[in-house]
Design a binder for this molecule. Structure first.
Ligand SMILES: [Fe+2]
Ligand SMILES: [Fe+2]
Length: 132
């Protein structure tokens, strides 16, 4: 359902690796949600969604450190988008998800991956490669 595609590739290797990982975590949550034979899977899904939220923040911090290091002019646009998205992510109450929350879980995964794809294609792809 969720996977990193070649069209998402940027000019920066570590950025691609981290994006790939984000899609992997999303897919992990999705697969678990689809599996009907795992007892108490909702606790596990919430844990994965928490990991996804945390790793998204880590990834933004890495990207911003990179932009700072290379003196990237587009950093402000990036930071505004990252910060706005973090605010939205933090507004999601993962603790409220339970066995009745299938639709909410699907919505969270879709919201997150849609945002990522859009941001990667329109903003992260503009990042220049590191020189040297
Ligand atoms: Fe990114
Ligand atoms: Fe970004």
């Amino acid at each position: 359902m969720y996977e990193f595609k070649d069209t998402y590739k940027t000019n920066v290797d570590f950025v691609d690796k981290e994006h790939r990982r984000l899609f992997e975590i999303a897919e992990e949550a999705y697969q678990l949600q689809q599996n009907e034979f795992i007892p108490d899977k909702y606790d596990h899904i919430v844990t994965i969604l928490e990991e996804l939220r945390a790793y998204t923040k880590t990834h933004f911090a890495h990207e911003e450190a990179y932009m700072k290091k290379i003196g990237y002019k587009g950093m402000f646009t990036q930071k505004v988008q990252h910060d706005a998205f973090i605010q939205k992510l933090d507004g999601i109450d993962l603790g409220a998800l339970d066995e009745n929350s299938d639709e909410a879980i699907s919505d969270i995964l879709k919201f997150l991956t849609d945002w990522l794809v859009d941001h990667i294609l329109n903003v992260d792809k503009l990042l220049p490669a590191e020189e040297g």
